[in-house]
Design a protein around this ligand. Structure first.
Ligand code: PA5
Length: 444
C-alpha cells in the first residue's frame, strides 16, 4: 500500500495476466513520456499535471481567506456549475464532511449549508432552492471555465436578482464569487464590470481536470475541509506517478493498463462500485473524468457507477448473470471515521446475534469480499482500490490518482484525453430549437 491507497488486482486473473501487462509497459512508457514532455494530443491542457506541486501557499491563502469570510458571513452557500465545474467539489464534500452536513446545527457545522445549482434546468428544483434561500444570508460561487455554459448561466440569472432583492446591489456584489477563465468569456466580463471577487481557472487546465484549482478548492474550503492537506496529498501522488512509469511502481498506471487490457479483450464497460456512501459522488466525478476523456473516435470504456451494497439489490442481478461485457472496480475506505459495533440482543428475535460485537466496517468488508468472489465466478473480473481513510490528504491523493490514470488510459487508447467535441451537438440543437441569435441558419 502506498501511504494513501492500495490497488488489489488479484481477481483480474485469469482474464489479464502479469505477462500481458508487462507487454504493455513500452506503450505505457511512451504515453508517460508524452505527458511529462508536453507532447501528444491535447498537450495544451496539461496544466493539471504539476498543479499540486506548483500551487503556491499565497494562492491557497487567497482561497482560504475568502472561504473564512464566507463561513462567517453566510448561512447558505450556492455553488453554481455543471460537469467539471461542479462534480469535484461535490465529491470532495461528500467524501470529507459529515454525511448530513446541511442538517447539522449551525454551531456544529461551523459554516453555511452547502447547495448546488446550475447542473440541471429544472424549474421545480430552482423554485424550491429559492424558497430554501428566503431570509438566509446567501453567498454564490459561479463557476464556469468557458463562462458561457447555458445551464449555470440560467441559474445565475435567477439567483442574482433574488439576492439583490434581499440584500441590495452593493451587498450582493460582496456575496458573489466568480471562478472562470483568466482572459475570456461572458462571466469574466460580467465579473469585471460588477467588481465580483474573481478566481482563475488556469487556461491550460480543462474542466474535468480542474478540481484542484479554485473550481473545487473554494467550495471545498467553504465546507470546512483542509485544502492545504488536499494539495499535499495530491502532490504526494504527483511525485510518485511522475517519477515512475513502471507498472509495478505506479498504481495509477497499473490501474490504467489493466482497464485497457480488459477493453482490448472486449470488456467495454467498467462498473465502479463504491462501498461507502462517502464515495458515491467521487465515483460520479470519476465517471465524468473517464467518459469525457475516453469516449470519442468510436472508442472508449463506458464508465458506469454504483453504490454497494444498495445496488447489489438492483444492478446486482445484471452484474452476476447479464451480458458479459463488463469488469468492475470497487472503491472502498479501509477505516471509517467512526467504529459502530453491532449490539447483542437478549432475545435474538432477528437472528443477528451471530454478528454481535462485530463492527459495521467488518460486515461491510465481508460484503465486499463476498461480492468480489461472486462476480468473479460469474465472469466479471474485478479489482479494488482501497483508500486509507477519509482524510483531506487521502482525498487529494485520490483525485490526482484518477486524473493521472485516466489521462494515461486515454493515451493508451489513442484518443485526446482533454477535449470533448461530442458535447457540442446537443448544445447546437438546443440553441437552434430555442432560436438563439446566431443559430438561425441551423434551422434551415
Ligand atoms: O470537462 C469539461 O471540460 C466539461 O465537463 C466542463 O467542465 C463542463 O462542460 C462545464 O463547462 P464550463 O466550466 O465551461 O461551464
Amino acid at each position: 500500500m502506498t501511504e494513501s491507497l492500495e490497488l488489489d488486482t488479484d481477481p483480474i486473473q485469469p482474464f489479464v495476466t502479469e505477462q500481458e501487462l508487462a507487454g504493455l509497459q513500452p506503450e505505457v512508457d511512451r504515453v508517460h513520456q508524452d505527458l511529462e514532455s508536453g507532447k501528444g494530443p491535447g498537450s495544451e491542457f496539461l496544466g493539471w499535471l504539476h498543479l499540486p506541486s506548483q500551487t503556491t501557499p499565497d494562492q491557497l491563502k487567497e482561497i482560504e481567506n475568502s472561504a473564512a469570510w464566507i463561513r462567517e458571513h453566510c448561512e447558505a452557500f450556492v455553488s453554481i456549475g455543471i460537469g467539471g465545474s461542479y462534480l469535484g467539489a461535490k465529491a470532495a464534500i461528500d467524501f470529507g464532511c459529515h454525511a448530513f452536513l446541511n442538517q447539522l446545527s449551525p454551531a456544529a457545522r461551523g459554516g453555511p449549508i452547502m447547495l448546488f445549482a446550475g447542473h440541471h434546468i429544472s424549474s421545480d428544483s430552482l423554485h424550491d432552492l429559492l424558497q430554501i434561500l428566503e431570509n438566509k444570508k446567501v453567498c454564490l460561487n459561479v463557476i464556469s471555465k468557458s463562462g458561457t455554459t447555458t445551464e449555470p448561466a440560467i441559474a445565475f440569472r435567477l439567483l442574482k436578482p433574488f439576492m439583490e432583492k434581499q440584500f441590495g446591489a452593493e451587498e450582493t456584489r460582496r456575496r458573489i464569487f466568480v471562478t472562470t477563465d483568466p482572459d475570456k468569456g461572458a462571466l469574466k466580463q460580467l465579473a469585471d464590470e460588477e467588481g465580483y471577487q474573481r478566481f482563475v481557472i488556469p487556461g491550460n487546465v480543462g474542466g474535468r481536470y480542474s478540481v484542484l484549482t479554485p473550481v473545487g478548492l473554494l467550495p471545498i474550503a467553504v465546507a470546512g475541509l483542509d485544502i492545504k492537506a488536499i494539495m499535499a496529498g495530491a502532490a504526494d501522488c504527483e511525485q510518485q506517478t511522475s517519477n515512475h512509469s513502471g507498472l509495478d511502481q505506479n498504481p495509477a498506471y497499473r490501474y490504467a493498463a489493466i482497464r485497457n487490457m480488459f477493453y482490448r479483450k472486449g470488456k467495454t464497460l467498467e462498473l465502479m462500485a463504491a462501498f461507502h456512501p462517502a464515495l458515491k459522488t467521487m465515483v460520479e466525478w470519476w465517471r465524468q473524468l473517464a467518459g469525457e476523456s475516453e469516449g470519442k473516435d468510436g472508442k472508449g470504456i463506458f464508465p458506469a457507477s454504483a453504490e454497494y451494497p444498495g445496488d447489489l439489490h438492483s444492478l446486482g442481478q445484471w452484474v452476476q448473470e447479464g451480458h458479459r461485457i463488463l469488469f468492475e472496480t470497487f472503491l472502498r475506505v479501509a477505516a471509517s471515521n467512526h467504529a459502530v459495533p453491532i449490539p447483542e440482543s437478549p432475545e435474538d428475535r432477528d437472528g443477528l446475534n451471530y454478528l454481535a460485537s462485530k463492527s459495521l466496517d467488518e460486515v461491510n468488508d465481508k460484503a465486499w469480499q463476498g461480492t468480489a468472489r461472486a462476480h468473479l465466478e460469474g465472469g466479471v473480473p474485478n479489482m479494488t482500490l482501497t483508500v486509507k481513510d477519509r482524510s483531506a490528504h487521502t482525498l487529494g491523493y485520490l483525485f490526482y490518482f484518477f486524473q493521472r490514470a485516466i489521462a494515461l488510459s486515454a493515451g493508451l487508447m489513442g484518443v485526446n484525453p482533454f477535449d470533448q467535441p461530442g458535447v457540442e451537438l446537443y448544445k447546437t440543437n438546443m440553441f437552434r430549437l430555442l432560436n438563439k441569435p446566431g443559430y438561425e441558419k441551423e434551422n434551415k
